[in-house]
Design a protein around this ligand. Structure first.
Ligand code: ADP
Ligand code: MG
Length: 258
């Protein structure tokens, strides 16, 4: 069954139509990129799928279940994961403790019992850290991590919720090119291994064309093209939408030697 079905979603802010009858499907294990110029409505759509925003019109189905009106917490329980800016408490804990906290929360355990019991879910947390390549940093304070490593821990925290669907709105913002490619390689590997559907947006076209199986192009709230990276890159409407920024749609350059 289709994992995510977005049907005719619309949302206006005052006079601005941020999303106009947007429809698309996302399958399990699929990496789907949503691209478009600034202000195209990408974050608005992510927020309507994640539950932070209620659409004016349209329907969101997860595994066939209508979640259009469900809270973000309800969606999280149903398997909608989202990478966010890290929490305030994040920096005060170690890498492993952050993941353990996420596991405590996912298992609906009492957070108040947490403080004296820093051993809970340790093995599970280590397994997740192994998957994101951060096991050897487990006992380091998060405050001491490099930015790219924070993003890996953030991914492990999100995976602790056992998502079926992962929403990543500009996950690699602020990262260097090499780190961006690494994080998305990692995400793609994990998504494939766990059959997680990933919806992501990203300004870097190398990352988009290198990691998406399918691409949706949004302009002024409307989908103007959808297809494989190759099809989208060749699409005349897409090229026009990116006019003045024609290099954005060039083929991935690959990583040149230092
Ligand atoms: P993107 O993520 O593609 O850059 P957004 O979804 O953030 O685009 O924004 C789409 C349009 O909706 C923009 O014109 C933006 O100014 C407007 N918009 C987004 N969120 C709000 C809001 N909370 N209030 C008013 N206008 C908003
Ligand atoms: Mg945005």
């Amino acid at each position: 069954m289709t994992l995510l079905s977005v049907q005719s979603l619309s949302k206006s802010f005052g006079g601005v139509a941020a999303a106009r009858e947007v429809s698309f499907l996302l399958e399990r294990g699929e990496m789907l990129a949503m691209i478009g110029p600034n202000g195209a409505g990408k974050s608005t759509l992510f927020n309507m799928v994640g539950g932070q925003l209620r659409p004016d019109q349209g329907v969101v189905l997860l595994d066939g279940q209508n979640i259009t009106a469900a809270s973000p917490q309800k969606r999280f329980r149903l398997g909608v994961g989202r990478t966010f800016q890290v929490a305030q408490t994040f920096l005060s804990m170690s890498v492993a403790e952050n993941v353990q906290m996420a596991l405590v929360s996912h298992n609906h355990e009492n957070g108040a019992l947490w403080a004296p019991a820093r051993t809970r879910h340790r093995d599970e947390a280590m397994a997740l850290l192994e998957q994101v390549g951060m096991a050897d940093m487990a006992d380091h304070p998060c405050a001491a991590l490099a930015y790219g490593d924070v993003k890996r821990v953030e991914l492990a925290i999100t995976l602790a919720g056992e998502p079926k669907l992962l929403l990543m709105d500009e996950p690699t913002a602020g990262m260097a090119a090499r780190e961006r490619a690494d994080l998305m390689d990692l995400t793609a590997r994990i998504a494939d291994a766990k059959s997680i559907g990933v919806l992501f947006t990203e300004h870097d076209m190398d990352v988009v064309f290198g990691h998406a199986e399918r691409v949706i192009v949004l302009v002024r709230g409307r989908i103007i093209a959808t297809g494989s990276p190759e099809e989208v890159r060749r699409n005349e409407d897409v090229r026009r939408a990116y006019l003045g920024d024609e290099h954005a749609l060039e083929k991935p350059k690959g990583l040149s030697p230092a």
